[in-house]
Write a protein that binds this ligand. Structure first.
Ligand code: PAF
Length: 296
């Protein structure tokens, strides 16, 4: 298949390399003004990818957006006019809230959302490290997107495991819950994911999981505070040595995904009239940190 990967960060580069190794033809679409990009995995040979070819966008069999949620709008507006209406478009990022934008910008395309727990780190401009084996879940958000289950097989072949989800929303909420539990705390503490398993954070995590489970239930995603707590602890234990994406964003003073993660949860909570004091506190703490970047 011919892929255009939108975004050449750690996640986009990992997928580009894996899809290329699986025999697909891959180009990048990036904000950089370049026509080629070199990428390789630590210890593997370099591969030169074409970048920003409009012709290749038009000929693509699939577009895979690997930009952060807050970058989707700008990326979509740079490419949407060139995408054939039958081309499936997949959005892969942490957090939620981009589905409406995708549906209104590309109303005729098969549209899909995906979530992944693979760890990937850019160790230099051209080199990435696959830091943790995870899994990918994929599902449609419109009727034609729902018919693209073959893509789960394509992704499974390139970077397994990949599961097809009849209700991708449920998988996205489960991941959102984990991100709400791990990301802001590890960013504020500037510590690895394992830190949240320390008993001193138990009360705070209990408060977070209570709030998150109430919002999920109100959204029709039946769960319990225990389930939310246990799944976050399981991920934090399995990735104890890793730094969360929000930890890295704060460390490098980049804009974080707080709006699409905790911000999305708080927004949905307010619609249901559910109080989320602990999540709101973390949300404001991260926002304050981001604002301080401009002044220091
Ligand atoms: O955002 C991240 O870094 C990851 O999704 C998570 C869940 C924290 C695991 O490292």
């Amino acid at each position: 298949m011919r892929f255009t990967i939108v975004g050449a960060g750690a996640v986009g580069s990992l997928w580009a390399l894996k899809l290329h190794e699986a025999g697909h033809s891959v180009q990048f679409w990036t904000r950089q003004s370049t026509d080629t990009l070199i990428r390789h995995q630590e210890g593997s040979p370099q591969k030169v990818f074409t970048a920003n070819s409009l012709e290749l966008v038009q000929e693509s069999d699939c577009l895979l957006f690997c930009v952060k949620a807050f970058q989707v709008k700008e990326a979509l507006s740079s490419i949407a006019a060139h995408v054939h209406k039958d081309t499936p478009v997949v959005f892969l990022h942490n957090g939620m809230g981009t589905a409406e934008l995708a549906l209104s910008t590309l109303p005729n395309n098969p549209l899909l959302l995906a979530t992944t727990s693979h760890g990937s780190l850019k160790v230099s401009e051209e080199t990435i490290k696959h830091t943790g084996l995870g899994e990918t879940r994929l599902g449609g958000i419109n009727s034609t997107g729902n018919q693209c289950d073959f893509l789960a097989e394509v992704f499974q072949h390139a970077l397994p495991p990949c599961y097809w989800e009849r209700s991708i929303e449920r998988a996205l909420w489960k991941k959102l819950a984990i991100n709400c539990m791990i990301n802001p705390l590890t960013a504020l503490l500037q510590a690895q994911n394992g830190v949240i398993t320390d008993p001193q954070y138990r009360t705070q995590l209990d408060a977070l999981s209570d709030e998150i489970s109430l919002v999920m239930c109100a959204e029709g995603m039946a769960t319990s505070a225990k389930e939310v707590f246990d799944s976050a602890i399981a991920v934090a234990t399995a990735t104890a040595e890793n730094y969360s994406s929000m930890n890295r964003d704060v460390y490098y003073r980049r804009p974080s995904e707080i709006e699409a993660i905790t911000g999305f949860l708080i927004h949905r909570a307010s619609i249901h009239g559910i109080a989320t004091p602990e999540n709101t506190r973390l949300y404001h703490a991260i926002k304050e940190l981001e604002q301080s970047y401009d002044h220091t």
